[in-house]
Ligand binder design. Structure first.
Ligand SMILES: *Cc1c(COP(=O)(O)O)cnc(C)c1O
Length: 455
């Protein structure tokens, strides 16, 4: 393939490309990085500069970039079968991966429905829950309970169960109504001023129960990001929260849809956040880490109970009428199978233990800085909330874009980071070495100091 120089690539990008979640007036004509290579935990740009990938290719990368074993699995697969379809056929890789996913999923999950991205994985879960209620004698159970500050993707159904106003507000006339429960964002708890995480969690659960009781007969399901609300700002739930939500769903007979798109595949230190909490959801959405960051792939897992509600003669019209063209793509499934093999070969989850402990220490130490209001930590996820005034928990004005400035500063330290508002995100490939993790945290600390010094 023809190799183009940096100037030409930037021009083509500016002239023809529309970037996601990007104000293009700021993007066009800027000296944007053009990534042309990946090496382990580093991204390399067209000028040969190396950047430690602090956000794991937007929360997807597991074993590092261009890991030989996954590359080989993909190359082999391309030469055998690139795609067929799951409509009227199956393929070896899709079938094998389904079995492997059920092997490692929380006990009770029994069936795998594939799609291509996190939004569709959630949307499929929502449609499944809705139809399940309809086909089990509860046609009035049509609504969903979801959390403030939640993020489940950008398709219309996934937005409907989302709770981040600046992303979704403009589309509100398109969205179906949902019942919103308060999220236990303990640093800024909506329900208590006393700054006690336990109390925040308890009050949020109480309110959740009140909403369930009030709406019981119209609720089909609840949608939750287990352990951590990702795009909402890496908001970590208090211990026991997920389990309590599961118990409430059982008590009010509501299907629990766990969106593990961000936290699945080792991110919390366990394979799945639900497993870590001792919870089996009725429906579990997986994507980002599933193919180790290589190819678009997603899966919605469910239980025998839900699956059986769709069982019947064709003329009963209980079929799940949903499917995407690239569902079960064998190349993506081969990458996912190779990734699962590496989890075992590298003893990846065990190797995370010291890294998670180190990340926790480094995050905690950042609390000594005058403009670090809160740090959040769960497994290999960190969130550092920068504030104007620590005592009053006063946020920086959003227009100042302090988070963006810290991340740009971090490039001088050889890091690539992407913030969430004024929250600096730490989300490296799980395979990051201790030395690299130290480089990452040193660079983040230095960049925060430089940018917040004058404020
Ligand atoms: C990223 C994300 C999604 C959406 O996934 P896409 O692949 O971007 O559609 C859904 N839920 C969570 C928790 C996510 O982090």
């Amino acid at each position: 393939m023809e190799e183009l120089d940096t100037a030409t690539l930037r021009k083509y990008d500016s002239d023809y490309l529309w970037h996601p979640f990007t104000q293009m007036s700021e993007w066009e004509g800027a000296d944007n990085l053009v990534i042309t290579r990946g090496e382990g935990c580093y991204l390399v740009d067209s000028d040969g500069n190396r950047y430690l990938d602090g956000v794991a290719a937007i929360w997807t990368n597991v074993h590092g970039h261009c890991r030989a074993e996954i590359n080989e699995a993909i190359k082999e697969q391309v030469d055998r079968l690139e795609h067929s379809t799951l409509l009227g056929l199956t393929n070896d890789r899709a079938a094998h991966l389904a079995k492997r996913l059920i092997d490692i999923a929380p006990a009770g999950l029994a069936k795998v429905f594939y799609s291509d991205n996190g939004s569709t994985a959630v949307e499929i879960g929502v449609k499944m829950a809705f139809q399940y209620q309809n086909q089990t004698g509860h046609p009035g159970r049509t609504k969903f309970i979801a959390f403030d500050n939640a993020y489940h993707g950008d398709t219309v159904g996934a937005m409907s169960v989302g709770g981040i106003d600046i992303y979704h507000e403009v589309y509100s006339p398109l969205l179906f109504p949902t019942i919103k429960a308060p999220c236990p964002y303990c640093y800024r708890c909506p329900l208590t001023e006393d700054r006690n995480p336990e109390r925040c969690g308890m009050l949020c659960l109480k309110e959740l129960e009140r909403l369930m009781e009030a709406h019981q007969h119209e609720l089909a399901g609840l949608v939750i990001e287990p352990a951590v609300q990702g795009a909402g700002g890496m908001i970590v739930q208090p211990p026991g929260f997920l389990k309590a939500v599961r118990e409430l769903c059982d008590r009010y007979d509501i299907l629990m849809i766990a969106d593990e798109v961000a936290v699945g595949f080792g991110r919390t230190g366990a394979m799945f956040a639900c497993e870590k909490a001792g919870v089996t959801p009725d429906i579990m959405a997986l994507s980002k880490g599933i193919s180790a960051g290589y190819l678009p792939l997603a899966a919605t897992l469910t239980t025998r109970k839900v699956y059986d509600a769709f069982w019947g003669a064709y003329a009963d019209l209980k079929t799940f009428f949903h499917g995407h063209t690239f569902t079960g793509n064998p190349i993506a499934c081969a990458a996912a199978l190779a990734s699962l093999e590496l989890f075992e070969k590298d003893r990846l989850l065990e190797a995370l233990v010291p890294k998670i402990a180190y990340l926790g220490e480094r995050l905690k130490a950042l609390l000594d800085l005058p403009h670090v209001g809160d740090v959040r930590h769960e497994g290999m996820i960190g969130g550092i909330e920068l504030v104007l005034d620590k005592e009053g928990r006063t946020p920086y004005p959003w227009k100042e874009r302090v988070g963006v400035r810290v991340c740009l500063e971090a490039r001088k330290h050889g890091l690539f980071l992407r913030p969430l508002g004024n929250i600096i995100v730490v989300f490296p490939p799980l395979a990051i070495s201790m030395d690299e993790l130290k480089i990452l945290m040193d660079g983040i600390e230095a960049s925060i100091k430089t940018i917040t010094m004058d404020n």
